[in-house]
Design a binder for this molecule. Sequence first.
Ligand code: ADP
Length: 444
Amino acid sequence: MKFNSLKIRVLAWFASLVAIILLVFSLFLYHSLNSSINLKIQQRLSNTALLIKENIKTKKSLSLILKSPKYKLYDIAVYKDKKLIAKKGDTNFQKLFTKVGGAEFSTIENGDFFNACYILNLTENNIKIIIYQKNIDDKIENIVYIMFFSELVLLLLLVLLGSKLIDKILFTIKSITKTAKNISVDDFSSTIPSPKYDDETRELVLAFNEMIHRLKDGTKKIERFNSDVSHELKTPLTVIKGEIEIATLKPRDITYYQTILGKIEVEANQIQDIIENLLLLTRYTKENIKQTYKLCSMESILLNTIEVFDTNLKEKDIKIHIQKIENIQLNTNEILINTIFSNLIDNAIKYSPNGKNIYISLYKKDNHIHFIIKDEGIGIPKDKIDKITDRFYRVDESRNKSIKGFGLGLSIVKNSIMLLGGTLHVESKVGVGSKVEVIFGRGF
Ligand code: ADP
């Protein structure tokens, strides 16, 4: 067992606290018992003295009175005008008198016992009655010893019980540590059995098990992402390799090489696009995004982006109608805003047949910025809407065959919106068109 372990520390605190409480309690008990016993004896001796006083009044012989069995426990002396007139027992009262100094009641240590002395002064007839009881065994020390040992036993029992209780609580922490040690990227099979009672330890275990599940899902996503990336990069690379292999089989004329190099350039551009998109997905994080913020004109970013697509729009005879545009200044990351706008405009153009229309709005409402883009394109089946923001996901490859893309655009859009603290909403109807709305809620 480690000496700096939580258990030892808690036990040490617990034992010290209990010891202090017991000590205070014992001291209190000692003082109360002591004064109560003394009071009891004082009362007994005082009653005896008063009884003798009454007997004196009967004018009976004092020596006879003192011989009564009632007084057999005591040594007694009666003085009148400082002269000893009657005495019982072998006590040297003169010596005793100097010892107690005339106090009404006093106790004197006597080995394992103690003696008690009570003096009754009767001023009216100048009589002094001294009652002395020897070898009283009501000594509080004996009780104190018993109390000390029982408290020691009690303390040990409490520490033992506390230790068992701490073991019970630490069992959950120990299981978590053990399970955490077993978890690795290759093995997420370990989970902690849920405790019987619905308490804080159960909450901790549930949270820990949920974390394992999240890690498992995350790792699965990374694995799928890796295999998707490899797959996407492999296709253009295979094309490039194939073209080079065929071209180097035998000498060719210059136009052949020009055609081949053109094809290779297309594939190389594709690889570059994928890599740039992937880099964009990982470049910004929640931690570093705020440092990249600067005041941007949303209107300028949008208009510049639309301009970039001028050729594509003309090629497909698609018209963009700006329904509403407000000059909004936003403290944000310009690259990500640009990426969001360009990917959504690109998709609206890509997935719309020739001669259709695209409607765009950008405005501020209730402290939120709304960007809406509507197209009259092929639309997205209802059950696929949730998936279109997954990395490398493309709705039905066959319908997309002629349309360029890797299925990364919307995942980048979603990630960018999430980093900027906004939300994405997609509505679509196959054959009618799609409406994508982005709402930015923070950053003003
Ligand atoms: P990409 O366009 O490169 O395939 P995205 O991530 O941008 O990848 O989009 C994922 C899929 O969602 C697309 O393959 C497409 O099937 C569908 N999609 C996205 N935008 C639209 C749209 N405006 N109209 C119809 N389908 C769309």
